[in-house]
Design a binder for this molecule. Structure first.
Ligand SMILES: Nc1nc2c(ncn2[C@@H]2O[C@H](COP(=O)(O)OP(=O)(O)OP(=O)(O)O)[C@@H](O)[C@H]2O)c(=O)[nH]1
Ligand SMILES: [Mg+2]
Length: 325
């Protein structure tokens, strides 16, 4: 809230942007993510300051969402993909969002173990995030954490999230490119149709291609995708086969991601997607700010007006005018 805090935030953003080789850089990134994670919603002055300090630098990163059922191999794939991206010199930030953390417990530890190969690489930043207060969805601070990594200069931001309901739909809303991971032996065909993943994937990867049934999952998915009609010039999601454990097919996955990013840019879809996302964000912030304004000193203005309308004292239009006026 103070001027001192503003200076601190600006310094942190500067330190974060110094990048690999600067020992304070990763610490500054971590601190910024903690600040946005701890911020208390729309009214948070800190959150506003962090977002304002970052805004000149965001929009460069390729934001990739990776989703799929529990155990399908998301963390193994993420780790293998990070390695692939590092080979082409890209700086990679990873957010492992665990929507089920209050119940599962072990997943984050598993993620950490599978990511250890990158622990000493300064070009990689990995952060696990719980999603407090959003059952089955992403944490509300996920988009802000993505902004921190983008603003800090990471070329790619990978967001891993378990597909257990709303979260895969939400990640598709946040990412430039959404990768849906499947694997044999998980009842995928029906699962896929149920979860609505046929609408959200820009890329599909059938992992555990070393196992029986992977080819069938791939075939089934391809024919399900072929049923939907796509307009002329639309992106056609490829269905890849990978074995994350041995890194087979990871080069193709990286190439497909690159291709999708290029398509997004050439077609204008990137600008359109990001504008739509910004629109939703602005709307959500504005509505939250309005709501906060209605709640004055423990009483809810909306409740009072609702009572007046229900009691025939006021009509709803006059009440709405009074609310936003
Ligand atoms: N056979 C085989 N097993 C794999 C492959 N990739 C991952 N696994 C195994 O599948 C299990 C789950 O892998 P994870 O990467 O933790 O899967 P996840 O989707 O991140 O799991 P959650 O985060 O718990 O939802 C582990 O035992 C991996 O070793 C693969 O390509 N082939
Ligand atoms: Mg995982």
């Amino acid at each position: 809230m103070s001027a001192r805090r503003s200076i601190e935030v600006v310094d942190l953003v500067e330190a974060a942007r110094e990048g690999p080789g600067h020992p304070g850089s990763a610490r500054a990134v971590a601190r910024l993510i903690s600040l946005v994670e701890d911020a208390s919603g729309v009214a948070s002055q800190t959150l506003r300051e962090v977002m304002a300090a970052l805004s000149p630098y965001v929009g460069h990163a390729h934001v990739i969402g990776l989703t799929g059922a529990p155990g399908v191999g998301k963390s193994t794939t993420t780790s293998a993909l990070v390695r692939e991206l590092r080979q082409s010199g890209k700086r990679v930030g990873v957010l492992a969002v665990d929507p089920s953390s209050p119940f599962s417990g072990g997943a984050l530890l598993g993620d950490r173990i599978r990511m250890t190969e990158h622990a000493s690489d300064p070009g990689v930043y990995i952060r696990s995030m719980a999603s407090r207060g959003h059952l089955g969805g992403l944490s509300w601070s996920t988009p802000q954490a993505i902004r921190v990594l983008d603003g800090a200069g990471f070329d790619v931001v990978l967001v891993e999230t378990v597909g257990v309901g709303q979260s895969e739909v939400e990640i598709a809303g946040l990412a430039d490119t959404t990768v849906v991971l499947l694997a044999p032996g998980m009842g995928d065909g029906i699962q896929a149709a149920k979860a609505g993943i046929l609408e959200i994937g820009d890329l599909y990867a059938v992992n555990k291609a070393d196992r029986d049934g992977a080819a069938k999952v791939r075939r089934d998915l391809r024919s399900m995708l072929a049923l939907g009609t796509r307009p002329e010039g639309a992106w056609r999601p490829p269905v890849l086969a990978i074995t994350a454990q041995s890194r087979d097919g990871l080069d193709e996955l990286a190439a497909a991601l690159e291709k999708h990013r290029a398509w997004l840019e050439e077609s204008g879809a990137l600008t359109a997607r990001r504008a739509r996302r910004a629109r939703e964000e602005i709307e959500a912030i504005a509505v939250a700010a309005l709501r906060a304004r209605w709640q004055v000193q423990g009483s809810d203005r909306l409740d009072e007006l609702a009572a007046a309308v229900a009691g025939g004292v006021l009509d709803p239009y006059a009440a709405a005018d009074e609310l936003i006026g």
